[in-house]
Design a protein around this ligand. Structure first.
Ligand code: NAP
Length: 243
């Protein structure tokens, strides 16, 4: 069985690790190419876009793919829409890993917003010390609110993307636990955390730490993803694939 796994997530890495070397499976991992040094994968890896749903459908046909696995990030909406469209067009079964969202718990002080741009009004006019953990791609939005002090943590350097007078950059890759996140929030004097509702355990530490410290969180809601056969994690995906 030829399987194409659309990745860029811990679930995709776990699935690839769990399935690699199994007899009868021919796996390819696909990455968008956003990180310059992605973690090494134990299966052949292709990097870069396919050219929309049409390009992906062409790839599925040309490589005689038997199963498409959409294991992309909850905020990667375009590739998931393309995956659903391409699978339908090419007549290839699709299985998505849809990581459950984080739910508000007692003690959480969340202000939920619909987009990264909508975080700006939610932060308000009064200068605050803000911890940005929304990745690098949309960080330029915060240039519209230069009154705040920012601490931005990203996998790749932010570069010139956030031209504000007071910016501290941290480059790091998760997972992060609650104790370490609490220390980061305290040491940096953070007053408000900005996060996407990514879900999963790997980056939940900051949410738990913010709760423990009584800090508010501006939480970006998820974009809609297509309704396709799906499971919640890599273990369930493995069981679905291996039968
Ligand atoms: P996106 O907006 O949904 O996708 C933009 C374009 O990038 C797609 O149309 C596709 O190009 C290409 N692409 C995306 N994922 C791909 C993959 N796995 N393999 C090949 N091409 C891919 O996605 P994004 O938000 O930029 O995220 C890019 C990647 O980073 C995803 O694979 C995702 O799993 C990972 N990631 C995203 C976030 C996030 O917050 N957005 C966080 C962590 C990891 P074509 O149309 O040309 O095929």
């Amino acid at each position: 069985m030829r399987i194409l796994i659309l990745g860029g997530t811990s679930e995709a890495s776990a699935l690839v690790k769990g399935l690699a070397g199994r007899p009868g499976l021919d796996l390819t991992l696909s990455l968008a190419g956003r990180t310059s040094a992605p973690a090494a994968a134990p299966v052949p890896t292709r990097v870069g876009g396919f050219g929309g749903a049409e390009g992906l459908a062409g790839y599925l046909g040309a490589h005689r793919v038997d199963l498409l696995v959409d294991a992309t990030h909850p905020f990667a909406a375009r590739i998931s829409a393309n995956a659903a469209g391409a699978a339908a067009r090419a007549g290839v079964p699709i299985l998505a890993i849809r990581r459950p969202a984080w739910e508000r718990r007692p003690g959480d002080d969340w202000r939920e917003v619909e987009s990264v741009a909508a975080c700006i009004p939610a932060l308000g006019e009064v200068p605050r010390r803000v911890f940005l953990t929304i990745g690098r791609m949309e960080i330029a939005e915060f240039a519209a609110a230069p009154q705040h002090d920012y601490v931005a943590r990203t996998i790749e350097p932010v570069g010139e993307a956030l031209p504000v007078p007071r910016l501290t950059c941290i480059t790091a890759r998760g997972p992060y636990d609650e104790a370490a996140e609490g220390a980061v929030l305290r040491d940096a004097g953070i007053e408000v955390l900005v996060s996407k509702n990514a879900g999963g355990a790997a980056t939940y530490g900051k949410i738990a730490a913010a709760r423990a410290l009584g800090l508010p969180v501006v939480m970006v809601r998820r974009p809609a993803k297509p309704d396709v056969p799906s499971v919640a994690d890599a273990g369930q995906a493995m069981r679905a694939i291996l039968g």
